[in-house]
Design a protein around this ligand. Structure first.
Ligand code: HEC
Ligand code: HEC
Length: 252
């Protein structure tokens, strides 16, 4: 290891270790005062963002250790609108303590959301159609790792407005077979002469198009909309829960 690398590694190591020496309840209250007068015009009254980024959710682009927060707040961030706060480090530490208190409140809120959302998932019967870690129905997609691939906004829309974005795998084929029976299922494959679909009890069918007496594809969702049934808060709790569903290694 070169000396320079070693030096940076050491600095980094100590930066990780620095703990805020001013983090009592009183410090938090003082920090809040400073925040209100100097920071809230850009970062919002509760730190939830405005002209500057949200500081309440614990996600920091420029560094998230206490030491990095101290530096970014004292010195500002060069080349951006973020000014420095030219106060004693004691007062800046108090502001850091206040930001941390917002972070842990937001952590608790989302933890509660995950728990409430998990109960709603059970009570609302989502599991009739969705599997999570091996339990539940198969009509809809497996949601075991949905938090990894889908953003919150997509999840919210899937719940309140399912028809807005239906993947071809879930397009519904509705037809009357040669036997005069009506079938409904998800389209698996289609060519000029034949159509393959899986019906709602998971039977695979293949039929000659020429023998059908009616045939149509609906690009609407088999999932009912919960937009009118759930409050906005309940929907966001479900979204908290679904976002927390990740591969084992990634979950927090
Ligand atoms: C004039 C508006 C303005 C004021 C006042 C201001 N900020 Fe900022 N702040 C910004 C902007 C804009 C950024 C984003 C910089 C960038 O990345 O482009 C920022 C970034 C930050 C960051 C880094 C965020 C991250 O994601 O890493 C922290 C921490 C921060 N501000 C804290 C504060 C505190 C604490 C105060 C009050 C002492 C304050 N800011 C005052 C505009 C402001
Ligand atoms: C009657 C069966 C059914 C019920 C009940 C149901 N869903 Fe669905 N769900 C589906 C189907 C089918 C799809 C795929 C079509 C679509 O995207 O809407 C789907 C899609 C989704 C998606 C999008 C998945 C993705 O990969 O983008 C989410 C998220 C979701 N459902 C969550 C829920 C939640 C939460 C509930 C309970 C409040 C619920 N579902 C209840 C059938 C159902």
């Amino acid at each position: 290891m070169s000396r320079l690398v070693l030096l940076f590694w050491t600095l980094e190591f100590f930066a990780q270790q620095v703990k805020n020496p001013h983090s009592s309840a009183e410090d938090v209250a003082q920090g809040e005062k400073t925040f209100r007068s100097h920071c809230s015009p850009c970062h919002g009254l509760k730190g939830d963002g405005g002209r500057g980024p949200n500081l309440s959710n614990g996600v920091f682009y420029h560094g998230s250790t206490d030491a990095e927060l101290l530096t970014n707040i004292s010195d500002g961030i060069a080349g951006t609108e973020m000014p420095g706060l030219f106060y004693s480090s004691d007062r800046v530490w108090q502001v850091v303590a206040y930001i941390r208190s917002l972070n842990s409140a937001s952590e608790r809120r989302s933890q509660r959301g995950v728990e409430q959302g998990s109960m709603l998932f059970k009570n609302q019967g989502c599991g009739r159609c969705h599997r999570i870690k091996g339990h539940g129905g198969r009509m809809g997609p497996d949601l075991s790792e949905i938090g990894k691939t889908r953003a919150r906004e997509h999840l919210r829309q899937a719940i309140v407005e399912p028809d807005a974005d239906v993947r071809p795998r879930y397009w519904v084929v509705i037809l009357t077979g040669a036997d005069g029976k009506k079938y409904e299922g998800f389209l698996m494959n289609e060519d000029t002469y034949t159509v393959q679909f899986i019906d709602m009890s998971e039977q695979l069918h293949s039929m000659q198009k020429s023998e059908l007496t009616s045939y149509r594809i609906d690009k609407i969702s088999k999932m009912p909309s919960y937009g009118g049934k759930l409050t906005g808060e309940q929907v966001s709790q479900l979204v908290d829960y679904l976002s927390s569903l990740r591969p084992a290694k990634e979950s927090r």
